[in-house]
Design a protein around this ligand. Structure first.
Ligand code: NAI
Length: 331
């Protein structure tokens, strides 16, 4: 099986090559993102292997089909970047890695929270410059705080368990409540109750038409004054312009982001010698109470190994005509 691997970084090559020792597929790596301009690179390949910023819209899918590609292996859990309706109509098989390490993302979300509530990113720079003053660094205990978890799937459940360990109350919201989450101490409430009752809100739902801009101006207006918001899911679940207004008003007390709605043009690249053209993103960077990481929630040794192993196993299932347990079923 010949596989065109798009958006390939060195760490992808290393983990995929290692996993491929057990499968011996022909992997060809392209640094480019898959889009309408690069789809021709996949001509003649049986499968493309893609990540979160590759765009598989109907135009790209038609180009892939023309080039005889029939399979799409996502190296991630989310599949909001694939036009699944068109993929189904054109007969593509789409597989993904539904769970590589929920701990990686939940622990990163917690890292953002622990940094923000004690201003550690600011202390780091102060101490290096010989400024040992504490003014402006007053934090709050996590113990006893109420945390709202939106989306109690794999990552949300791990986050619930971690937060219960800190002595937090956990309010949960999910259209499909999970008894495991309740067993862990989460209490399901309607979204409005979660907005009104939470000191901290962490997003762990997928990006869908229903969750697009779930956190908008109206939602922020219903939240507690000074709420801490953490988003490690997908950028467009937050309406960034509304969030900036919330930060300016003081309604949002802290913001931790690992994702951003226009991140495709920024994240995973070294742009330190260029002028950032995205004024909304640049505005976010000016707030002392905003901490942004560039989509690194998944980036642990354990998760990379698991992504590579599952991706190769998925592709092997497709090649051998076996039913793949990680098919994106609902397309
Ligand atoms: P999952 O599929 O196990 O759980 C998602 C949960 O969200 C499900 O329980 C689902 O019922 C719920 N949900 C769906 N619509 C909802 C809504 N409108 N309101 C509230 N809940 C809703 O997914 P998992 O593995 O926990 O991942 C969650 C998200 O985290 C992914 O969709 C992805 O966007 C993001 N992610 C981010 C990574 C990063 O590196 N920052 C890495 C991996 C995932």
């Amino acid at each position: 099986m010949r596989i065109a691997v798009f958006s390939a970084k060195n760490y992808d090559r290393q983990s995929l090559d290692k996993a491929n020792r057990a499968y011996l597929k022909e992997l060809v790596y392209f640094e480019a993102k898959l889009d309408a301009n690069t789809a021709l690179l996949a001509e003649g390949f049986d499968a493309v292997c893609v990540f979160v910023h590759d765009r598989l819209d109907s135009r790209v899918l038609k180009l892939l089909l023309k080039g005889k590609t029939r399979s799409i292996a996502l190296r991630c859990a989310g599949y909001n970047n694939v036009d699944l309706k068109t993929a189904k109509a054109l007969g593509f098989q789409v597989v993904r890695v539904p769970a590589y390490s929920p701990h990686a993302v939940a622990e990163h979300a917690l890292g953002l929270l622990l940094d923000l509530n004690r201003h550690i990113h600011r202390s780091y720079f102060r101490v290096r410059e010989g400024n040992f003053a504490l003014e402006g660094l007053l934090g709050f205990d996590l113990f006893g705080k109420t945390v709202g978890i939106i989306g109690t799937g794999r990552i949300g459940l791990v986050m619930t368990r971690i937060l219960k360990g800190f002595g937090c109350e956990v309010l949960a919201h999910d259209p499909i409540p999970d008894p495991e989450c309740e067993k862990a101490g989460g209490r399901y409430v309607p979204l409005d109750g979660l907005f009104q009752g939470s000191d901290i809100i962490s997003l762990h739902c997928p990006l869908t038409p229903q969750t697009h801009h779930l956190i908008n101006g109206a939602a922020i207006a219903r939240m507690k004054e000074g709420v801490t918001l953490i988003n490690t899911s997908r950028g467009a679940i937050l309406d960034t312009v509304a969030v900036i207004q919330g930060l300016k008003d003081g309604r949002i007390g802290n913001l931790g982001l690992d994702v951003y709605e226009e991140e495709d043009n920024l994240f995973f690249e070294d742009l330190s010698n260029t002028i950032i053209q995205d004024d909304v993103f640049s505005r976010l960077l000016t707030f002392p109470n905003v901490l942004i990481t560039a989509h690194q929630g998944f980036f642990t040794q354990e998760a990379l190994k698991s992504i590579a192993d599952v991706t190769l196993a998925n592709l092997d299932d497709l090649e051998k005509g076996r039913r793949c347990p990680n098919s994106v079923e609902d397309h």
